[in-house]
Write a protein that binds this ligand. Structure first.
Ligand code: GUN
Length: 285
């Protein structure tokens, strides 16, 4: 039997509608949430993602400030802007679009963000709070994955969850939040041996490695839940995930498509985190 397709786009639209109402209510209290986005360089994918973030802010009535900086921006220029945004009470959320150009030390830059404005949840403070089971901001993509799982009433407790990828943006925080929900979590990465032996045991398989159609049907257990976090552009220009969708959907019980799966949820969660930041900073929580 073919899997249930988890409709991330529809769920993200539903969440954004609810958030739009919340923004209106905040406006009645004199509060207009504001997100600052810093984009350095000319990375085409990053430009696209930032434009989606800007558009979502506009739809919801959140103010967005986008700082487009040249490729050769030096670290002190970037950190000066971050410091100003940290100090500006009108700005509730600060996001540095990744990847940064190679000459910039990503971790050193991210650490300059005020953790209470860190709507991406990438600062050591926010990641540390997630690690000690007292999260402040949860990174948007893992948070979106969990929301989809919950919306479709998929239980995690006692399940074998396999996460492929160990990035700070996705793999590590996703593993932590699945663990917090009592899944038994295995993390695989580029040096993992016999990866198919591990993926075949997964009840929940989350894939974030950035290799087009890497997960084949033979690597998936019958009835597994498959969450595809990859976004790849094929040689012919088609957007595909890390999972061989057409074949795997015949074996899985639930599967997320690409596009229209995790991607729109990431944006919805960023909006949620920005509103949360505004409420937090105005003493409403
Ligand atoms: N690059 C890829 N994903 C993300 C994300 O969630 N946030 C930021 N800031 N950069 C990214």
């Amino acid at each position: 039997m073919s899997a249930v397709i988890i409709d991330g786009k529809m769920l993200a639209n539903k969440i954004k509608e609810e958030l739009k109402n919340e923004v209106s209510e905040l406006k009645n209290k004199g509060i207009k949430p504001c997100l600052a986005v810093l984009l350095v360089g000319e990375n085409k994918a990053s430009q696209k993602y930032v434009s989606y973030k800007e558009k979502a802010c506009n739809e919801l009535g959140i103010e967005s400030q986008v700082y487009k900086l040249p490729e050769n921006t030096n670290e002190s220029v970037l950190t000066n802007i971050i410091n100003e945004l940290n100090e500006n009470p009108k700005v509730n959320g600060i996001l540095v679009q990744l990847p940064l150009p190679r000459h910039l030390a990503e971790q050193r830059v991210l650490q300059k963000i005020d953790p209470f404005k860190d709507v991406d949840g990438f600062t050591p403070y926010c990641l540390g709070r997630l690690l000690i089971d007292n999260p402040l901001f949860i990174p948007c993509t893992p948070k979106g994955v969990l929301r989809m799982i919950d919306e479709y009433k998929i239980t995690l407790e006692g399940k074998n969850a396999v996460v492929i990828g160990r990035s700070i943006i996705v793999g590590k925080p996703l593993s932590l939040i699945l663990l917090r929900r009592n899944a038994t979590v295995t993390i695989c990465h580029s040096k993992t041996k016999e990866i198919q032996e591990i993926t075949k045991k997964a009840d929940i398989l989350c894939v974030a490695i950035g290799k087009e159609r890497f997960i084949k049907a033979s690597m998936v257990k019958e009835g597994a839940v498959v969450i595809d976090i990859g976004i790849n552009v094929t040689a012919s220009g088609k957007v595909v995930g890390d999972v061989d969708f057409d074949a795997v959907k015949e074996k899985a019980s639930y599967i997320t498509p690409v596009p229209g799966g995790v991607g729109p949820m990431t944006i919805a969660m960023l909006m949620e985190n920005t509103i949360y930041a505004a409420k937090l900073q105005r003493g409403l929580l």
